[in-house]
Design a protein around this ligand. Structure first.
Ligand code: S3P
Length: 182
């Protein structure tokens, strides 16, 4: 099984995903990181040189490939839900967890960020509010579970996600509980 983490930039997808993979002893896949390796430059540099549309094409290819791999935790870029192909592939091929945070909380975490191209604007909080309004419905449509992040520790979030996944496995096969996530 692949578990995918989605949510706006700064919602904790990479940090939480890494810990989750460690706890479950499965591979950790970070689509942005894999994209940067393929593009041969940072996402910010790619956006500046080639523009967002081409970035989204490359992202769609990587998501298509990664969602067909066997097992692991997949952390995605915040804009992954903008393409309907990504939404349907993620939902049908993987278990999707939406890490949901308010724009204000994200701003608190990202106010010194220089790497996210879409946040290099005069008023990043306003941009985060716009992104939240546009994307929250798309994240909800794509997700199997929504986790409200608030300000808990990473370990706390990992536990919440594990509980949701166990519950899902239990609902689909009550006899499997105790055998771990498979
Ligand atoms: C983006 C988020 C980034 C990265 C790119 C576009 C977005 O990923 O994919 O800068 O559209 O919100 P993170 O969510 O990991 O910052």
């Amino acid at each position: 099984m692949i578990v995918t983490l989605i949510g706006l930039a700064g919602s904790g997808k990479t940090t939480v995903g890494r810990q989750l993979a460690r706890r479950l002893q499965v591979a950790f896949l970070d689509s942005d990181h894999i994209l940067e390796q393929r593009l041969g430059c940072s996402i910010r540099a790619f956006f500046e040189a080639e523009g967002e549309d081409l970035f989204r094409d490359k992202e769609e290819q990587v998501i298509d490939e990664l969602t067909q791999t066997g097992e692991g935790i997949l952390s995605t870029g915040g804009g992954v839900v903008l393409r309907s192909n990504n939404r349907s592939r993620l939902h049908s091929r993987t278990k999707v967890v939406y890490l949901r945070s308010s724009p204000e909380e994200l701003f608190r975490r990202l106010r010194h960020d220089t790497q996210r191209p879409l946040l290099q604007v005069a008023d990043p909080l306003a941009r985060l509010r716009e992104q939240f309004a546009a994307r929250d419905p798309l994240y909800r449509e794509t997700a199997h579970f929504v986790i409200e992040t608030g300000r808990p520790t990473v370990a706390n979030l990992v536990n919440k996600i594990l509980m949701q996944l166990e519950l899902a496995v239990f609902k689909s096969d009550p006899k499997s509980v105790g055998s771990g996530i498979t």
